[in-house]
Design a protein around this ligand. Structure first.
Ligand SMILES: NC(=O)c1ccc[n+]([C@@H]2O[C@H](COP(=O)([O-])OP(=O)(O)OC[C@H]3O[C@@H](n4cnc5c(N)ncnc54)[C@H](O)[C@@H]3O)[C@@H](O)[C@H]2O)c1
Length: 293
């Protein structure tokens, strides 16, 4: 019988990958009282991560949303290393937030499985790689799952906890309980599905918006107005595509189509046109909208 995880056994957390997600996720764990090590192959990424955490937590103290003592205590619980496996030896919970590449994640999960204590859960923050594609790289598929934070992780309350066919109930319950202790609102997924729940909802809205625009029912600007003023969304689907990047939306759809083979998953023709014109959204100054400067 494998040792089963429990929320009471989680004290030390390892966050692998100190990019956009890993940086803030580490801070979220530290603010909740956990001892956190953030690891990355790239020392410069770790340096940037440490600076960003100091800046963001400092701002929380300035605004009064956290006391200076809380922030200082959280910062004192955080360490940084380029040696993920050494850090894994004493960890109770691993949250992997490394680059979105299956081969890299599979190697990491195999190595982390060797290094981490038996009771530790290995969770991935991946948005598109389900843990069923990682579980067999380890000898502990029952202690592997997706724990999916949203960007920016310090702000967004949603955390999706997704089980694979081997994930034990104790792993699911421990990960849900951990998300609650972080002050998040976990969403339990009983099975894997591409896009999980929140991104599927968003995708359905985006697809309908693209259809309405292509059919000439309304302009993209007006569709954004409807999403903002009638549905209460902070921004419309076209504004969101420009913010995330037309290239990102396009490439995600291509990879979904590769996985499913379903022509309905191909990028929408109008997104393909923008992509081919290099109109990637805010980052290139032009997407659906034009951005001055
Ligand atoms: N960016 C988002 O909005 C978002 C939202 C939710 C989930 N995610 C998921 O989070 C994960 C990370 O995304 P991100 O946007 O933070 O990526 P990022 O590119 O900003 O950061 C990835 C980091 O991983 C590091 N890395 C690569 N290989 C490594 C290894 N073997 N060991 C340790 N570190 C390694 C890189 O040096 C880099 O610093 C992905 O799986 C992604 O699907 C991203």
């Amino acid at each position: 019988m494998n040792p089963q995880p429990s929320i009471d056994a989680v004290h030390d957390v390892l966050v692998v990958g100190s990019g956009a997600m890993g940086t803030q996720i580490g801070a979220v764990f530290a603010l909740a009282g956990y001892t956190v090590t953030t690891s990355d192959l790239d020392p410069a990424a770790l340096e940037r991560s440490r600076d960003e955490v100091h800046r963001r937590l400092g701002r929380l103290a300035e605004k009064g949303s956290r006391s200076r003592e809380e922030v200082d205590a959280a910062l004192s619980r955080m360490a940084y290393t380029t040696d993920s496996l050494e850090a894994a030896r004493t960890t109770d919970f691993v949250l992997e937030a490394a680059v979105e590449r299956l081969d890299i994640k599979r190697q990491l999960f195999a190595d982390l499985d060797e290094a981490a204590p038996e009771h530790a859960i290995l969770a991935t923050n991946s948005s598109t790689i389900p843990s069923s594609l990682l579980m067999d790289a380890t000898g502990r598929g029952d202690r592997v799952c997706n724990m999916h934070f949203f960007n920016p992780a310090l702000v967004m309350a949603c955390v999706e906890v997704v089980r694979n066919p081997l994930t034990s109930d104790a792993t699911v319950e421990t990960t849900l309980a951990l998300a609650r202790r972080l002050g998040k609102q976990p969403v339990r997924l009983n099975q894997e599905v591409p896009g999980f729940v929140a991104n599927r909802l968003l995708g359905a809205l985006r697809d309908e918006a693209l259809r309405l625009e292509a059919d000439g029912v309304a302009s993209f600007e007006d569709i954004d107005v409807a999403a903002r003023t009638a549905l209460g969304h902070p921004m419309g689907p076209f504004e969101l595509m420009d913010l995330v990047g037309i290239d990102v939306s396009y490439l995600i759809r291509l990879s979904e189509h590769e996985q499913s083979g379903d022509p309905a998953d191909l990028p929408h023709p109008s997104v393909q046109t923008l992509y081919e014109q290099g109109r990637y959204g805010r980052k290139t100054g032009r997407g659906w909208y034009e951005y001055a400067g």
